[in-house]
Design a protein. Structure first.
Length: 314
């Protein structure tokens, strides 16, 4: 039986960003430098395939510093950590390497700077996400107020409405965040925001590429993990941009082929923590079932690179 024709629109940019690239390199280089085991606090990036691969090389993933021995190196994940974490590692005389993305660290510095200038901080982010915990943890407990939605803005209990500033998580929906910021500005006209947006270049570019593809495809697949904030935002952006079937898939085996019966076009992208190998796996799965034509839709070109910490370069 001949296969049905299908066009696959590949989003560009997609997949690994500079911060993820650097974080994975840090674990690999730490393993080379110190040998196994090297401990990693939290999934280095939110992708099981990446984590499993590093575990095979000798990385041990734990959730808390308490789960690490004093005498082995520990790496902090790309999402960032509260100030108390490196402080505790130092107290225990541990060797640690911070793989926090420099663009997350930039937000940490911003929060501290505003706070030192006497402004109370509001963070726009998702409760319980490691990046939100890490950023809020740059200041003493209770100092940073969390806002997740436009509704939250109406009730956020600030000390002095004339002396506040906000920071955001780096992986939020650009459009939803605009609405939240507009509400904050309406309630607190003097609120101070970041010089340059906290939502990072990679998040912004991946969402833009999805917007360019989603309206013209029958289905949009985002390669990524359920605990990956930026990947989940890409699914939402796809739906909002007019695609009736936008789904997150970890791997090709997660594709619901029944739901895709009769389709002629599919958009594919990948979250910042999803390896290109998994995108290729998905494309191959489509080739097995359809007569595939691949088209790349490029909405931005990226050339950002981050150096690994000096301790690993020597
Ligand atoms: C750090 C900051 O934050 P998210 O859940 O999207 O993390 P993920 O590991 O999926 O992506 C990489 C990353 C890490 C993004 N921003
Ligand atoms: Fe850094 Fe942005 Fe990548 Fe997050 S998504 S690791 S903030 S570059």
């Amino acid at each position: 039986m001949s296969k049905q024709p299908l066009t696959l629109y590949l989003a560009a940019p997609r997949g690994f960003c500079a911060g993820v690239d650097r974080a994975i390199k840090i674990v690999e280089m730490a393993l080379e430098k110190w040998g196994a085991p090297v401990y990693v606090r939290h999934e280095i990036v939110h992708n099981k395939f990446v984590v499993d691969g590093l575990r095979d090389k000798g990385a041990v993933f734990v959730e808390e510093l308490d789960d690490c021995p004093d005498d082995r190196p520990v790496i902090f994940s790309a999402h960032g950590v509260a100030k108390s974490v490196p402080a505790e590692a130092t107290r225990r005389n541990m060797v640690y390497v911070d793989a926090t993305c420099p663009l997350v660290s930039k937000v940490h510095v911003e929060a501290q700077r505003h706070s030192e200038a006497g402004l109370q901080m509001i963070m726009i982010g998702h409760k319980g996400h490691p990046e939100t915990i890490g950023t809020m943890g740059q200041l003493p407990e209770g100092e940073v107020l969390l806002v997740e939605t436009v509704d939250d803005v109406t009730t956020v209990p600030v000390r002095d409405p004339d002396n506040i500033a906000y920071v955001t998580q780096t992986t939020l929906s650009v459009d939803d965040t605009k609405d939240i910021v507009a509400s904050l500005q309406a309630r607190f006209p003097k609120i101070v925001g970041p010089h340059k947006e906290d939502i990072c270049y990679a998040t912004t570019n991946r969402q833009e590429a999805v917007k360019a593809i989603a309206p013209k495809v029958d289905a949009m697949l985002v390669v990524g993990a359920p605990n990956s904030s930026n990947s989940r935002r890409l699914v939402e952006v796809g739906s909002k941009a007019g695609c009736n079937y936008a789904q997150l898939v970890m791997r090709a085996e997660n594709i619901d082929w029944r739901a895709l019966e009769g389709i002629t076009s599919v958009g594919i992208t990948a979250g910042a923590s999803a390896p290109e190998l998994l995108v290729n796996e998905v494309i191959e799965a489509f080739r097995d079932r359809f007569d595939v034509t691949v088209e790349t839709i490029e909405t931005a070109v990226e050339n950002v690179e981050f150096k690994v910490p000096r301790v690993l370069r020597t």
